[in-house]
Design a protein around this ligand. Structure first.
Ligand code: NAP
Length: 495
């Protein structure tokens, strides 16, 4: 494909992108491919990768197959395994950023504290945490849903005498060999690193609040022959990607409440549990009491295998407090620990917090989102012109690759910017009625899905509204985001 010549920076809006994770990188590359160079990606860390840079715990690995969990315009024929490990994904993202010439556009070590929209100038005024002021016509928050670790405020936490950390801030310097280790939480992150802790800990205690459905990952290394074929046989890599994509798309049916497919998936998960865990008491603890799909369905080849080992105890009694020596549960038992790992997830429903974002008329985003975050297509929020979100409200998936959604969002944002340039507009603001109609539809559709069923999960806010997940198949999202409808937006022009 021939790419357009770079356009003079004076003819394109200045664009500030927050975050050099997959979303920020994807948008940056698409802007460059469209000849737009007037953008900067602000990244708080010193490396690209976002969640893949931060989550470096042992065993960190993607639970979406490698050939689907990569950017469509940057395929990689030589992924080492069916499910790629974190260091390989991180290397892929760094290599992709370098190959497309993105590093010149990234400012590392820069965290944005807040932003406000100047309607007269048609500009966003951003403030960094170091007090620097930055102006941009377009402001893209590509910060995603999983970037702020959540550590529960447990009584006595400060008294703990051992070493503690959150799974997304892994303490690689601490050697826990031979120690008593306790892990709070047993979600997607925990089940990946627990097998490593189990091998080295004297005793490993898992404090489990709810059980999860787990199916076998069936991971394996690609053979050299497979990698050769994927690299050299024309169309094979692309065909393999679309094969996986189509299978996953069909799998959406699992997440329709009460569906036959959901029941089959439940049987599959429970039969895997029976196959590996022979002790009926432990099996009972590990059997979920809610609809399958309500929380993320986990995939693993080694979690159950690790927790049936004699040095592991799964504790389901709720935590009462933390003491100097470990975790005390509500039955008064002290679970001794020298190392305490929180695998307790992320602050997922407050999205752009703690940044303060002020739109037209000084309206705060947190006020607009008082009843739960929402945005048109998960991208545009009425009253906040030229603010675009990537991996925003109601765009998370349970059945397919989030990278597909991110590419749809990058396309939509790019086209909106192109429309703005073509019409000489300073800003575009999605109409409130459009945003409301869209979100009413999303919530209506979500009511039929497993995510709305009776469990607590990171997909819902405190009031029980599903603010994080997309409500349908990704084909539907692609269709809706293939180009912006100009009538959906109010346009502003420079005075
Ligand atoms: P998570 O799924 O939110 O799991 C948090 C765990 O901590 C749950 O077991 C939760 O119990 C428990 N917990 C939270 N607060 C607690 C408290 N106060 N007391 C006791 N237990 C508490 O977080 P995560 O495992 O980090 O995963 C988050 C998401 O990241 C995943 O769903 C997935 O989308 C993504 N992820 C992906 C991969 C991958 O392979 N690509 C790997 C890791 C993570 P409850 O279930 O009872 O709330």
């Amino acid at each position: 494909m021939t790419e357009p010549r770079p356009r003079p920076a004076s003819s394109t809006p200045t664009i500030a992108i927050l975050g050099a994770g997959i979303s920020g990188l994807c948008l940056g590359i698409q802007l460059l491919r469209a000849g737009i160079r007037s953008f900067t990606i602000y990244e708080k860390s010193e490396r690209v990768g976002g969640t893949w840079f931060e989550n470096s715990y042992p065993g960190a690995c993607c639970d979406v197959p490698s050939h689907l969990y990569s950017l469509s315009f940057a395929p990689k024929p030589d992924w080492s395994r069916k499910f790629s490990p974190q260091p390989e994904i991180q290397a892929y993202l760094e290599e992709t950023a370098r190959r497309f010439g993105l590093f010149d556009h990234i400012r590392f070590g820069t965290e944005i504290a807040g932003a406000s929209f100047d309607e007269d100038a048609g500009e966003w005024h951003l403030r960094t945490t170091a007090g620097e002021a930055i102006r941009a016509n377009v402001f893209v928050a590509a910060t995603g849903q999983l970037n702020r670790p959540h550590v529960p405020d447990l009584p006595g936490l400060a008294d703990f005498a051992g070493t503690q950390w959150h799974s997304a801030r892994w303490n690689h310097a601490h050697d826990y060999s031979g120690e008593d280790v306790a892990v709070v939480g047993n979600g997607a992150s925990a089940i990946q690193f627990i097998p490593f802790l189990q091998q080295k800990a004297r005793k490993l205690t898992i404090l489990q609040r709810s059980a999860n459905y787990i199916i076998a990952r069936q991971d394996r290394a690609y053979t050299e022959r497979e990698k050769w074929l994927l690299r050299w046989v024309p169309g094979l890599l692309r065909a393999d990607r679309w094969r996986i994509w189509a299978l996953f798309e069909l799998n959406f049916r699992t997440f329709v409440q009460g569906s036959w497919f959901g029941k089959q998936m439940r049987k599959r998960a429970l039969s895997y549990l029976h196959e590996v865990v022979k002790d009926p008491a432990l099996r009972a603890k590990l059997t979920p009491d809610y609809d399958i799909g309500c929380k993320r369905i986990l995939i693993s080849d080694d979690y159950y295998q690790a927790i049936v080992q004699p040095n592991v105890e799964v504790v389901t009694t709720p935590i009462e407090r933390i003491t100097r020596d470990g975790v005390v549960t509500k039955d008064g038992v002290l679970h001794a620990a020298k190392t305490l790992v929180f695998a307790t997830g992320f602050e997922t429903t407050s999205f752009l917090a703690p940044m303060t974002i002020e739109g037209r008329g000084g309206r705060k985003l947190e006020d607009a989102w008082r009843n739960g975050a929402e945005a048109h297509l998960g991208i545009a929020v009425s009253g906040f012109p030229n603010l675009f979100l990537m991996y925003g409200p109601n765009t998370n998936l349970g059945h397919n690759s989030i990278i597909f959604m991110i590419e749809c969002q990058a396309n939509y944002i790019l086209r909106t910017i192109e429309d703005m340039i073509a019409r000489g507009a300073a800003w575009m603001d999605v109409r409130k009625a459009v945003e409301d109609r869209y979100n009413a539809g999303v919530q209506r559709d979500l009511a039929r899905t497993a995510w709305a069923a009776g469990c607590s999960s990171w997909y819902k806010n405190a009031a029980g509204k599903v603010t994080n997940n997309w409500s349908g198949i990704v084909t539907d999202y692609w269709w809706r985001t293939r180009r912006p409808e100009l009538g959906d937006f109010e346009m502003g022009f420079r005075r």
